[in-house]
Design a protein around this ligand. Sequence first.
Ligand code: CA
Length: 235
Amino acid sequence: MAGPLALLVVEDDPTIGEPLAEALGREGFAATWVATGADALAADPVDLVLLDLGLPDLDGREVCRQLRAASPTPIIVLTARDDEIERVLLLETGADDYVLKPFSFRELVARIRAVHRRAVPPAPTGPATTEDDHGLVVDRRARRIRLDGEELELTPKEFDLLTLLASEPGRALEREAIIAAVWDEHWWGPTKTLDVHIAALRRKLGDPTWITTLRGVGYRLDPPEGSAVVLVGGP
Ligand code: CA
């Protein structure tokens, strides 16, 4: 099996960053601590990033955006800003989850494990594909989705969202139902994050007609002519 989960702790306050990395180490993670946004962006690839937003050199949201642009590595943001707008902005920057400061160490570890479980596994090469591999293949067990034989690089939320839509192609799904299923029942308000994730999926699918917007209702997956949707791997 793989070694310990590699974490990058980005936190400028040494009275938090250093003991946090040590505590995570005792918990069985391989945690590296850096204190600036620049060091975070220059760090070696890890399995998951814990990112404090209040950094001395760069805006934490910008660091988040750049990390997300560079790789699908899950990001958990550590923030003391708890207003709703800020949370929506965070998720738009590509963060997978956030933990409000001050947080309990137990809660943080639980979040790390949950976010990692949902994450797309690092994929070296997928199983062999065939020429007539047309359409969307959703492998729920491996958490991988291929389109016409090419693996899509999805964030955990994008994977969950596309898997939900693909579970019943052609069926309209209501916004509230999607949010409850993909985020959770404790969702806190504005639903714009859903639209942001849909836009990202349309981009990655390469053809915006895959997902139809039903104004005031929700969304529907409409596979283009000749494209099949196949779910494998069980729920
Ligand atoms: Ca800080």
